[in-house]
Design a protein. Structure first.
Length: 183
């Protein structure tokens, strides 16, 4: 099973404060584990304040108020960026023709100067699973999975991303039960 470029959608039964109600974009999933970013949990930090911490002044002020996401509980002291694959950055992993994942500061420098990707989502921290852990959580009805749509990541208002991801599966969020049945 390879769920790279898929959304993980937390089931209503997931009451964990980190992952409850979350949508995670999976950047990488293989036999060693999985790495992703929560795309619908904003922090109180904005792009403007993050760039200021890095001594960068954005050329495009309209994007400066955009919130930085809480990407997950791993390496909460580092930034991670999902973006359109424009240019080459030091530590860029191109996932699809429309989505890349970068951990280096140069993508933020390019963004601040106006020469970087226009579509991006910045997070503090990421979500990670060891080998077999995610598969176990899925089989225990903790997550739904669906092929990702870049529009949900980059264009959808944050508060609509959970229901938009569910709608990719043809599910109305109001129809989900908080308990799973087993036959």
């Amino acid at each position: 099973m390879n769920l790279s470029n898929h959304f993980l959608i937390a089931m209503p039964s997931v009451l964990d404060p980190v992952f409850g109600g979350s949508v995670v974009y999976l950047c990488e999933h293989n036999e060693r584990g999985a790495l992703g970013m929560v795309i619908n949990k904003p922090t109180d930090m904005t792009m403007d304040s993050l760039l200021a911490r890095l001594n960068l002044k954005p050329e495009i002020n309209a994007l400066a108020a955009r919130p930085v996401m809480f990407g997950g509980p791993v390496q909460e002291d580092r930034g991670f960026v999902l973006h359109t694959p424009v240019g080459k950055f030091s530590s860029m992993l191109q996932i699809t023709d429309e989505i890349a994942f970068t951990t280096s500061k140069d993508v933020l420098e390019a963004f601040a100067s106006g020469s970087g990707p226009e579509r991006l989502l910045v997070s503090i921290g990421y979500s990670g699973w060891s080998a077999g852990q995610l598969e176990q959580e899925i089989s225990s009805n903790g997550w739904l999975t669906v092929a990702a749509d870049p529009k949900v990541i980059f264009d959808m208002p944050i508060e609509m991303r959970y229901s938009a991801a569910l709608k990719l599966l043809g599910i109305d969020p109001m129809m989900l039960a908080s308990e799973a049945g087993h036959a």
